[in-house]
Design a binder for this molecule. Structure first.
Ligand SMILES: NC(=O)c1ccc[n+]([C@@H]2O[C@H](COP(=O)([O-])OP(=O)(O)OC[C@H]3O[C@@H](n4cnc5c(N)ncnc54)[C@H](OP(=O)(O)O)[C@@H]3O)[C@@H](O)[C@H]2O)c1
Length: 357
């Protein structure tokens, strides 16, 4: 089975934080209205931390695409960007330097400025009553912090809600992008037939390494085509017209950190310490949207047609599986879309009966 996501999946949490009461908004509500209703007096006040980065810009795009209601929005980044002007939904904003006081009066803080910034600043935001959705790895494995994919385990954050004038700060961790994509596709099948072992291979885009990595891929591509030596600042080796093992540090067990995130985060999200997971993560010279090959072994039998039917009905998943035309999900096809596209769905011939796909 092959899965390819939109460029980032961090944003899907946005529709799952109840406001102002605890009545839950349905997961993955689409805001279809053509009238811009986002800036509204009774919406939450929002802060975007790391707003000038690749993920920060995606946060803004998704807020706008979904007409997410808000009464104010604060654009936060480092001192390097302080004073920069940003236009969002027809209004001009000045980027402010991130400080603990930035979170006074903030209801929802979307963090994506790296783990060390989250460790330092997320507690300051929570203290001031904000619900923090953190896209870094800082709190993912903290047992007291829910690690949530709304389509997969929304119940883990069911106790968190926004109150209009109360101080009810809380933290929600957003899994690694590879884990989100993988579990969006694997969980509907897991619910049906229970996954006992999962083998994942990733084909990860430049976007996952941030805005500077995307720029480097573009620059290197030009340089190589012009016969020049490619500039290698973000990655240690040539990225254009090449691929390499993920740049995350290698651990003593031989896996890299990205691969172990898939192992550990899956177990936490599925609340299942027994599930066997192994991963190989590769960086490929694609601008946006990671792809993955996911091989599953099930406890119960699951035939190919039922698996395809389950995926077709799964929230946040689209099936692109056209064997006749040899057409399946591609990064270009899914870029700037929210759903995870799944294709190449087939029975695993190396497993007995219908116990693998
Ligand atoms: N890209 C992904 O798909 C992805 C996936 C999973 C997790 N993440 C997490 O998201 C983080 C950001 O990723 P990205 O791809 O958006 O990186 P990026 O494009 O390099 O952007 C980094 C952002 O963080 C801000 N920042 C850096 N240092 C700061 C500081 N001291 N105080 C306040 N803001 C600071 C930057 O502001 P300036 O412009 O002012 O420097 C910029 O807005 C990553 O480090 C990682 O933890 C990213």
């Amino acid at each position: 089975m092959q899965a390819a996501p939109s460029c980032y999946r961090c944003h899907v949490q946005l529709h799952s934080i109840p406001f102002p009461s605890c009545s839950r908004l349905p997961v993955r509500v689409r805001w279809k209205s053509t009238v811009r209703m986002a800036l509204t007096e009774d919406g939450p006040s929002i802060a975007v931390v790391g707003v000038t980065g690749a993920v920060g810009q995606e946060f803004l795009r998704v807020l706008a695409d979904r007409n997410f209601p808000y009464r104010s929005i604060r654009m936060l980044a480092s001192h390097r960007s302080a004073g920069r002007q940003l236009t969002f939904e027809g209004h001009d904003y000045e980027v402010e330097e991130l400080r603990p006081e930035s979170f006074e009066g903030v209801d929802i803080a979307l963090f994506s400025a790296g783990g060390s910034i989250s460790r330092e600043m997320a507690p300051a935001a929570v203290e001031r009553g904000a619900v923090v959705v953190d896209n870094s790895s800082a709190f993912r494995m903290d047992p007291s912090v829910p690690l949530v994919i709304p389509e997969v385990n929304p119940e883990a954050m069911a106790h968190i809600c926004l109150k209009k004038n109360g101080k009810v700060g809380a933290l929600i961790a957003n899994p690694n992008c590879s884990t989100i994509i993988c579990l969006m596709a694997a969980t509907p099948l897991h619910r049906h037939a229970k996954v006992v072992r999962m083998v994942v291979s990733t084909y990860q885009a430049a976007s996952g390494a941030g805005a500077a990595a995307m720029q480097e891929l573009e620059q290197q591509t030009r340089e190589v085509l012009e016969g020049k030596q490619p500039t290698c600042q973000i990655f240690k080796q040539q990225y254009a017209f090449n691929l390499f093992s993920h740049n995350a540090p290698i651990l003593p067990n031989g896996y890299n950190e990205e691969e172990m995130k898939l192992v550990k985060e899956t177990r936490k999200i599925w609340n299942n310490l027994d599930v066997k997971v192994t991963a190989t993560c590769i960086r490929v010279p694609v601008m946006r949207a990671h792809a993955e090959s996911i091989n599953l072994q099930f406890e119960k039998s699951l035939d190919e047609d039922t698996a395809r039917q389950i995926l077709q009905e799964a929230s946040g998943v689209v099936v692109i599986d056209d064997r006749a035309s040899n057409f399946f999900p591609t990064p270009l096809e899914v870029s700037n879309k929210d759903d995870v596209a799944v294709g190449r769905i087939r029975q695993d011939l190396s497993q007995e009966g219908n116990h693998g796909c």
